[in-house]
Design a protein around this ligand. Structure first.
Ligand code: ZN
Length: 190
């Protein structure tokens, strides 16, 4: 799939919005991304996750794991396409842990999947769970790499879309200078 077709899917599902946005950090941006918007549609989830599945299909994999909640849909679909087991780690208090009887055995090969990676914090946490259980992290698949390739997990990694978050202090914001008001994503119909 061409990058342009993929971008089209993100745009027509309103996962990727162009405009003038007020981020929770207080900074302004001309783009806003909400991955869950595209993953509402199973047919697009299938198409997008296939990029990750194709990349890892030649790898020896026992389990696909994701951090909850955002990563679950992605990991489940990649596991389905690769016909592998799928588990997830969830947050209890502040740490991600395995619950529900999910297990990683010594020597098992694990693929980590996530929806959006900015600093990679949740993915690194899941990688640590895998290693603590004696498993091998064989790769990381993600829908969007918002670090624009800067996050390096030290294993083979693939993202379907790479983008850089460009944001401005309100006083330096070019959209503000043009006189358009900044909107808080989700606070009104876009
Ligand atoms: Zn602005």
């Amino acid at each position: 799939m061409k990058n342009e077709e993929l971008l089209n899917i993100f745009k027509k599902t309103n996962a990727l919005l162009d405009g003038h946005f007020l981020l929770t950090s207080g900074r302004h941006s001309n783009q806003y991304f909400q991955c869950a918007k595209v993953l509402q549609y199973p047919k697009y989830t299938t198409i997008i996750c296939n990029i990750i599945s194709e990349y890892f299909k030649g790898f020896e994999i026992d389990i696909v794991i994701s951090p909850a909640i955002g990563g679950i849909v992605v990991g489940q679909e990649v596991a389905r396409q690769l016909n592998k087991k799928f588990i997830f780690a969830e947050r209890a208090d502040k740490d991600l842990i395995l619950r529900r009887g999910f297990e990683i055995k010594q020597g098992e090969n694990i693929l980590v999947c996530e929806d959006v990676v900015t600093t990679g914090g949740s993915v690194f946490e899941v990688m640590n769970i895998v290693k603590a259980n004696g498993g091998n992290v064989i790769g990381v698949g993600m829908i969007v790499d918002r670090s624009n390739g800067k996050v390096n997990f030290g294993v083979p990694q693939v993202s379907t879309l790479q983008m850089e978050v460009i944001s401005y202090l309100p006083e330096d914001c070019p959209m503000c200078k043009e006189g358009t008001p900044a909107v808080k994503p989700g606070s009104r119909k876009l």
